[in-house]
Design a protein around this ligand. Structure first.
Ligand SMILES: Nc1ncnc2c1ncn2[C@@H]1O[C@H](COP(=O)(O)OP(=O)(O)O)[C@@H](O)[C@H]1O
Ligand SMILES: [Mg+2]
Length: 223
Protein backbone atom coordinates (compact mmCIF):
# COMPACT_ATOMS: atom_id res chain seq x y z
CA UNK A 1 0.00 0.00 0.00
CA UNK A 2 2.77 2.44 1.00
CA UNK A 3 6.28 2.13 -0.33
CA UNK A 4 9.19 4.29 0.79
CA UNK A 5 12.32 4.24 -1.32
CA UNK A 6 15.56 5.69 0.03
CA UNK A 7 13.73 8.34 2.05
CA UNK A 8 15.87 11.09 3.49
CA UNK A 9 15.06 13.89 5.86
CA UNK A 10 17.50 16.63 6.72
CA UNK A 11 16.72 19.48 9.11
CA UNK A 12 18.50 22.81 8.94
CA UNK A 13 20.78 24.23 6.22
CA UNK A 14 23.42 22.41 4.27
CA UNK A 15 26.40 23.05 6.54
CA UNK A 16 24.77 22.24 9.85
CA UNK A 17 22.11 19.79 8.62
CA UNK A 18 20.85 17.03 10.90
CA UNK A 19 20.12 13.89 8.87
CA UNK A 20 17.17 12.49 10.78
CA UNK A 21 16.61 9.88 8.05
CA UNK A 22 19.55 8.85 5.93
CA UNK A 23 17.91 6.62 3.31
CA UNK A 24 15.02 4.52 4.57
CA UNK A 25 13.29 1.98 2.36
CA UNK A 26 10.20 0.36 3.79
CA UNK A 27 6.97 -1.22 2.55
CA UNK A 28 3.71 -1.09 4.49
CA UNK A 29 1.45 -3.83 3.18
CA UNK A 30 -2.30 -3.65 3.50
CA UNK A 31 -3.43 -5.27 6.75
CA UNK A 32 0.06 -5.46 8.23
CA UNK A 33 0.97 -4.56 11.80
CA UNK A 34 4.35 -2.86 11.74
CA UNK A 35 6.22 -1.88 14.88
CA UNK A 36 9.12 0.56 14.75
CA UNK A 37 11.69 0.58 17.53
CA UNK A 38 15.08 2.18 18.01
CA UNK A 39 17.01 4.45 20.35
CA UNK A 40 15.85 7.98 21.11
CA UNK A 41 16.85 10.24 18.22
CA UNK A 42 17.06 7.38 15.70
CA UNK A 43 14.37 8.95 13.50
CA UNK A 44 11.23 7.04 14.52
CA UNK A 45 8.95 10.07 14.85
CA UNK A 46 10.38 11.65 11.72
CA UNK A 47 9.66 8.45 9.81
CA UNK A 48 6.10 8.23 11.14
CA UNK A 49 5.44 11.88 10.24
CA UNK A 50 6.67 11.27 6.71
CA UNK A 51 4.65 8.04 6.41
CA UNK A 52 1.58 10.00 7.58
CA UNK A 53 2.18 12.79 5.06
CA UNK A 54 2.42 15.19 7.98
CA UNK A 55 5.90 16.14 6.83
CA UNK A 56 7.79 15.97 3.54
CA UNK A 57 10.98 14.05 2.91
CA UNK A 58 13.98 15.95 1.55
CA UNK A 59 14.93 13.01 -0.69
CA UNK A 60 13.69 9.65 -1.90
CA UNK A 61 10.34 8.46 -3.12
CA UNK A 62 6.96 7.86 -1.44
CA UNK A 63 4.53 5.68 -3.38
CA UNK A 64 0.91 5.29 -2.30
CA UNK A 65 -0.81 2.46 -4.19
CA UNK A 66 2.05 2.73 -6.70
CA UNK A 67 1.52 6.46 -7.28
CA UNK A 68 4.16 8.97 -6.19
CA UNK A 69 2.83 11.55 -3.74
CA UNK A 70 5.56 14.01 -4.70
CA UNK A 71 4.05 17.08 -6.27
CA UNK A 72 0.60 16.69 -4.73
CA UNK A 73 -0.80 19.93 -3.34
CA UNK A 74 -1.31 20.50 0.40
CA UNK A 75 -5.02 20.19 -0.22
CA UNK A 76 -4.64 16.77 -1.86
CA UNK A 77 -2.30 15.61 0.91
CA UNK A 78 -4.81 16.72 3.56
CA UNK A 79 -7.54 14.82 1.78
CA UNK A 80 -5.46 11.62 1.70
CA UNK A 81 -4.66 12.01 5.40
CA UNK A 82 -8.25 12.64 6.39
CA UNK A 83 -9.75 9.85 4.29
CA UNK A 84 -7.11 7.14 4.52
CA UNK A 85 -4.91 7.68 7.58
CA UNK A 86 -5.68 7.80 11.29
CA UNK A 87 -3.24 9.16 13.85
CA UNK A 88 -2.65 8.48 17.52
CA UNK A 89 0.07 10.38 19.39
CA UNK A 90 1.81 9.94 22.72
CA UNK A 91 0.30 13.16 24.10
CA UNK A 92 -3.21 12.39 22.73
CA UNK A 93 -3.37 15.72 20.81
CA UNK A 94 -7.04 16.35 21.45
CA UNK A 95 -8.31 19.89 21.02
CA UNK A 96 -8.78 21.14 24.61
CA UNK A 97 -11.60 23.57 23.76
CA UNK A 98 -13.72 20.78 22.26
CA UNK A 99 -15.56 18.00 24.10
CA UNK A 100 -14.74 14.35 23.43
CA UNK A 101 -17.61 13.97 20.97
CA UNK A 102 -16.68 17.19 19.16
CA UNK A 103 -13.07 16.02 18.84
CA UNK A 104 -14.23 12.76 17.27
CA UNK A 105 -16.71 14.57 15.01
CA UNK A 106 -14.07 16.94 13.63
CA UNK A 107 -12.59 14.67 10.91
CA UNK A 108 -16.15 13.76 9.88
CA UNK A 109 -16.97 17.46 9.49
CA UNK A 110 -13.80 17.88 7.39
CA UNK A 111 -15.00 15.00 5.24
CA UNK A 112 -18.23 16.91 4.61
CA UNK A 113 -20.72 15.34 7.01
CA UNK A 114 -23.42 17.54 8.53
CA UNK A 115 -23.01 18.48 12.17
CA UNK A 116 -25.92 16.29 13.20
CA UNK A 117 -24.68 13.22 11.30
CA UNK A 118 -21.10 13.76 12.50
CA UNK A 119 -22.16 13.97 16.16
CA UNK A 120 -24.36 10.88 15.86
CA UNK A 121 -21.54 8.88 14.32
CA UNK A 122 -19.03 10.26 16.84
CA UNK A 123 -21.22 9.03 19.69
CA UNK A 124 -21.23 5.54 18.17
CA UNK A 125 -17.45 5.66 17.81
CA UNK A 126 -17.07 6.70 21.45
CA UNK A 127 -19.33 3.80 22.41
CA UNK A 128 -17.03 1.45 20.47
CA UNK A 129 -14.15 2.51 22.74
CA UNK A 130 -16.37 2.38 25.84
CA UNK A 131 -16.61 6.14 26.35
CA UNK A 132 -20.11 7.17 25.28
CA UNK A 133 -20.87 8.17 28.88
CA UNK A 134 -18.03 10.71 28.74
CA UNK A 135 -19.00 12.15 25.36
CA UNK A 136 -19.61 15.70 26.60
CA UNK A 137 -16.54 15.88 28.83
CA UNK A 138 -13.59 18.06 27.88
CA UNK A 139 -10.16 16.40 27.56
CA UNK A 140 -9.05 18.01 30.85
CA UNK A 141 -11.90 16.14 32.58
CA UNK A 142 -10.70 12.75 31.31
CA UNK A 143 -7.87 10.48 32.45
CA UNK A 144 -4.92 9.85 30.12
CA UNK A 145 -6.28 6.46 29.13
CA UNK A 146 -9.70 7.95 28.40
CA UNK A 147 -8.16 10.74 26.33
CA UNK A 148 -6.24 8.18 24.32
CA UNK A 149 -9.43 6.19 23.73
CA UNK A 150 -11.04 9.38 22.40
CA UNK A 151 -7.98 9.79 20.16
CA UNK A 152 -8.47 6.23 18.86
CA UNK A 153 -12.15 6.94 18.17
CA UNK A 154 -11.11 10.08 16.28
CA UNK A 155 -8.46 8.14 14.35
CA UNK A 156 -11.01 5.60 13.08
CA UNK A 157 -13.78 8.12 12.34
CA UNK A 158 -13.29 8.06 8.57
CA UNK A 159 -12.55 4.31 8.41
CA UNK A 160 -8.85 4.71 7.63
CA UNK A 161 -6.80 2.13 5.73
CA UNK A 162 -3.93 2.62 8.17
CA UNK A 163 -3.51 3.88 11.71
CA UNK A 164 -0.17 5.41 12.60
CA UNK A 165 0.65 5.70 16.28
CA UNK A 166 3.71 7.36 17.84
CA UNK A 167 4.33 5.83 21.28
CA UNK A 168 0.57 5.58 21.93
CA UNK A 169 1.12 4.08 25.38
CA UNK A 170 4.12 6.25 26.30
CA UNK A 171 2.19 8.47 28.72
CA UNK A 172 -0.04 5.76 30.17
CA UNK A 173 0.23 3.31 33.06
CA UNK A 174 0.94 -0.19 31.73
CA UNK A 175 -2.56 -1.64 32.26
CA UNK A 176 -4.17 1.31 30.47
CA UNK A 177 -1.56 1.10 27.73
CA UNK A 178 -2.45 -2.55 27.23
CA UNK A 179 -6.13 -1.57 26.75
CA UNK A 180 -5.14 0.94 24.07
CA UNK A 181 -3.00 -1.69 22.34
CA UNK A 182 -5.94 -4.09 22.45
CA UNK A 183 -8.17 -1.52 20.73
CA UNK A 184 -5.50 -1.03 18.06
CA UNK A 185 -4.81 -4.73 17.50
CA UNK A 186 -8.56 -5.44 17.31
CA UNK A 187 -8.77 -2.85 14.53
CA UNK A 188 -5.83 -4.54 12.81
CA UNK A 189 -7.59 -7.90 13.11
CA UNK A 190 -10.51 -6.20 11.32
CA UNK A 191 -8.22 -5.34 8.41
CA UNK A 192 -6.84 -1.89 9.26
CA UNK A 193 -3.08 -1.60 8.79
CA UNK A 194 -1.23 -0.52 11.89
CA UNK A 195 2.12 1.23 12.28
CA UNK A 196 3.22 1.69 15.89
CA UNK A 197 6.38 3.41 17.10
CA UNK A 198 7.25 2.17 20.56
CA UNK A 199 9.95 2.00 23.22
CA UNK A 200 8.25 -0.98 24.80
CA UNK A 201 9.88 -4.32 23.88
CA UNK A 202 6.67 -6.21 24.55
CA UNK A 203 4.68 -4.01 22.13
CA UNK A 204 7.55 -4.08 19.65
CA UNK A 205 7.42 -7.87 19.60
CA UNK A 206 3.67 -7.82 18.85
CA UNK A 207 4.29 -6.46 15.33
CA UNK A 208 3.92 -8.85 12.43
CA UNK A 209 6.69 -6.82 10.80
CA UNK A 210 9.27 -5.44 13.20
CA UNK A 211 11.50 -2.60 12.08
CA UNK A 212 14.56 -1.42 13.97
CA UNK A 213 15.94 2.06 13.26
CA UNK A 214 19.39 3.30 14.17
CA UNK A 215 20.91 6.66 13.21
CA UNK A 216 18.25 7.33 10.58
CA UNK A 217 18.66 3.97 8.87
CA UNK A 218 16.76 0.69 8.96
CA UNK A 219 19.06 -1.59 10.92
CA UNK A 220 16.85 -4.67 10.69
CA UNK A 221 13.41 -5.82 9.54
CA UNK A 222 11.88 -9.06 10.80
CA UNK A 223 8.57 -10.62 9.87
N1 LIG B 1 12.18 19.86 13.77
C1 LIG B 1 13.44 19.42 13.91
N2 LIG B 1 14.49 20.24 13.70
C2 LIG B 1 15.76 19.80 13.81
N3 LIG B 1 16.09 18.55 14.15
C3 LIG B 1 15.10 17.69 14.38
C4 LIG B 1 13.72 18.06 14.28
N4 LIG B 1 12.96 16.98 14.56
C5 LIG B 1 13.81 15.97 14.81
N5 LIG B 1 15.10 16.39 14.71
C6 LIG B 1 16.30 15.56 14.90
O1 LIG B 1 16.21 14.43 14.08
C7 LIG B 1 16.67 13.26 14.75
C8 LIG B 1 15.56 12.21 14.80
O2 LIG B 1 14.49 12.69 15.64
P1 LIG B 1 13.17 11.87 15.92
O3 LIG B 1 12.61 11.43 14.63
O4 LIG B 1 12.31 12.72 16.79
O5 LIG B 1 13.73 10.62 16.71
P2 LIG B 1 12.98 9.56 17.65
O6 LIG B 1 11.51 9.72 17.47
O7 LIG B 1 13.50 8.23 17.21
O8 LIG B 1 13.42 9.87 19.05
C9 LIG B 1 17.16 13.73 16.10
O9 LIG B 1 18.54 13.96 16.01
C10 LIG B 1 16.41 15.01 16.31
O10 LIG B 1 17.12 15.87 17.15
MG1 LIG C 1 9.96 10.15 18.82
Amino acid sequence: MIELKNIQKAYGDKDSAVHALAGVSLTIKRGDFVTIMGPSGSGKSTLLHILGLLDQATGGEYLLENHPVTGLSDRELSRIRNEHYGFVFQSFNLIPELTAIENVALPLRYAGETKKAALARALGLLASVGLDKRAWHYPSQLSGGEQQRVAVARAIANEPDVIMADEPTGNLPSGTGAEIMRLLTDLNAGGVSLVVVTHDDHIGAMGHTRVRLCDGLVEAVAS
